[in-house]
Design a protein around this ligand. Structure first.
Ligand SMILES: Cc1cc2nc3c(=O)[nH]c(=O)nc-3n(C[C@H](O)[C@H](O)[C@H](O)COP(=O)(O)OP(=O)(O)OC[C@H]3O[C@@H](n4cnc5c(N)ncnc54)[C@H](O)[C@@H]3O)c2cc1C
Ligand code: FES
Length: 500
């Protein structure tokens, strides 16, 4: 299935060259998403020698597969931060996120393709149980002084509300891929060396050297702006990872366009909805429920999202389908700053990372300039909040442990490998060896080790994106074993297979 997002299909290629040879710099930024590109721009503007290495293309990670919404609150609810950390921190969260949103707005001036627009955020529920969350959010936002409105019906074109509807005015949305591509050009113009198709394969955190297939970078500082930091980091044990699916439908015919806005329908069948006008077409974009990577049926998840959208919104045909994953912090705040490896990391953004990623870049740029922003201390990766996050942490570690030990083998004989049909996959054990096998539609058979190279969990097949996905910390691999995303640096080991 083609899983190019509606954002990436429209934005022109960025065309930055690969790293060639060995180089040195003040700061190496690994990752060309919103965090890395924003940071590279800020560092170049500070006059620092900056290199940005992106494994794929600018935006090809999560940023180019998001929903393009910017807001001061949090998708999990500001009430979670309020109850865990108190009023002062909740105010700081909103202030930091508002400043990041205004930064994006300022950058987007003169970028018509970024399609930045101010709009309201609307949150509502369709059941009594889910209404408690909406009421809690109205209270939380009011308590910290956000100008929230309470309305009694959902906007026209959306399924009806069960109770009060929260309206937070003056939030924003944009075209994340187009914005990022332009920002990367600005970073390069400001002096940053930006390289695409330059995957970092090894990092020597002590010597501050990163190795790619075509060169090395020796840096004074390394920033892992890779969504989840590469290698083994303490934060991996604290961050549940979830995969979400997005679909861009042709907008419903007639006058049922819901207009500009961030529309969150909270609940079991909940959806995040927004509209987009792009290249003369109108779309309705829906993003659905969260799923554990490698522990759900990807096709079923996508079908459920399309079915929910069809029954409640009656959109036109689905034109784009994509998916991406998020990493949720255990105590509600992201992890931004230097961690025990000596590198800077920026992660735990949940589904709020277009704003958090921008905020993280601003905080890290300030820290590298010798400042100590107060909010940076709050988000320090080494913070320890055993009571605030213990329950979540334990539940997640349990899932991780189960995934390590559960036997997911689906077939037991070598004959099955030879009879694997094009497009089919199998986890096979034969003569004491495990294989994760896949036959491409062209007939080529790939067999790799099913053991994730990050910390040894077993990978599972993702039929929508033809990848082997790890349920533990979200590493994903192509059928040939090469890394797509997540903390793993090394590919799954290729296994020779003699089918005779
Ligand atoms: C379905 C979905 C919808 C979302 N919608 C929103 C939204 O509307 N608003 C919002 O605020 N947030 C949203 N989010 C969250 C947000 O998209 C992310 O938190 C944010 O984009 C993360 O940005 P990033 O730069 O940190 O990571 P990424 O955009 O993932 O960038 C990391 C980059 O690092 C590169 N990389 C990885 N490994 C290496 C390596 N070894 N060498 C070199 N490069 C490497 C990757 O290729 C990637 O391009 C959404 C998330 C999901 C899953
Ligand atoms: S991602 Fe950590 S073990 Fe696979």
């Amino acid at each position: 299935m083609d899983t190019t997002s509606v954002w990436r299909t429209a934005a022109p290629a960025t065309g930055f060259g690969m790293l060639q040879g060995d180089t040195q710099c003040d700061v190496l930024v690994i990752g060309g998403g919103i965090t890395g590109v924003t940071l590279a721009l800020l560092l170049a503007q500070q006059g620092r020698r900056t290199v940005l290495l992106e494994a794929g293309e600018i935006g090809s990670g999560t940023t180019g597969h998001s929903t393009g919404n910017l807001y001061v609150t949090l998708s999990q609810g500001l009430s979670t931060v309020l109850s865990r950390w108190g009023e002062q921190v909740a105010r700081e969260v909103v202030a930091e996120r508002r400043a990041a949103m205004e930064f994006v707005e300022a950058q987007a001036q003169g970028m018509p393709e970024a399609a930045f627009r101010r709009c309201p955020l609307v949150l509502y529920a369709r059941s009594v149980r889910d209404q408690a969350h909406v009421d809690g959010e109205i209270q939380a936002l009011t308590r910290i002084g956000c100008p929230v409105r309470r309305e009694d019906r959902a906007p026209a074109g959306l399924p009806p509300a069960r109770g009060a509807v929260l309206v937070l005015p003056d939030q924003a949305q944009f075209q994340p891929q187009a914005y990022l591509a332009q920002l990367a050009r600005r970073a390069a113009q400001a002096g940053a060396a930006v390289h695409e198709h330059s995957r970092v394969l090894e990092i020597d955190t002590g010597a501050r050297v990163a190795v790619t297939a075509t060169g090395t970078v020796k840096a004074g500082e390394i920033v892992m702006a890779t969504h989840s930091p590469k290698g083994v980091h303490l934060v991996h044990a604290e961050m549940p990872v979830h995969r979400e699916y997005g679909v861009a439908f042709e907008a419903p015919p007639g006058n049922t366009d819901i207009g500009p806005g961030i529309f969150w329908w909270h609940g079991d069948e909940g959806l995040s909805m927004r509209t987009l006008e792009q290249q003369g077409r109108r779309y309705l974009i829906c993003v659905g429920q969260e799923h554990k990577p490698g522990a759900h049926n990807a096709k079923a998840a996508l079908m459920a999202l399309e079915a929910a959208a069809a029954s409640y919104l009656s959109p036109g045909p689905a034109r784009f389908r994509w998916s991406a994953q998020n990493y949720r912090p255990h105590d509600g705040l992201p992890y931004i700053g230097r961690d025990h490896t000596g590198c800077f990391i920026a992660t735990g953004f949940s589904t709020d990372g277009l704003t958090w990623g921008t905020a993280a870049a601003r905080l890290i740029a300030a820290q590298l300039a010798g400042q100590r922003p107060a909010f940076g201390e709050r988000c320090a990766p080494g913070r320890f909040t055993p009571i605030k996050g213990a329950r979540n942490l334990l539940e997640e570690n349990l899932t991780t442990a189960k995934a390590l030990f559960k036997d997911y083998l689906t077939r037991g004989q070598k004959e099955h490998l030879s009879s694997l049909a094009p497009g089919d996959s199998a986890l096979v054990e034969f003569e004491g060896e495990s294989f994760a096998a896949y036959r491409s539609p062209q007939g080529e058979l790939f067999a790799v080790s099913p053991v994730c190279t990050h910390m040894g969990c077993k990978v599972h097949w993702n039929s929508v994106e033809t990848s082997w996905d790890c349920p533990c910390h979200g590493s994903r691999f192509r059928p040939d074993g090469s890394v797509i995303e997540g903390p793993a640096l090394k590919p799954l080991r290729r296994k020779p297979i003699a089918l005779g």
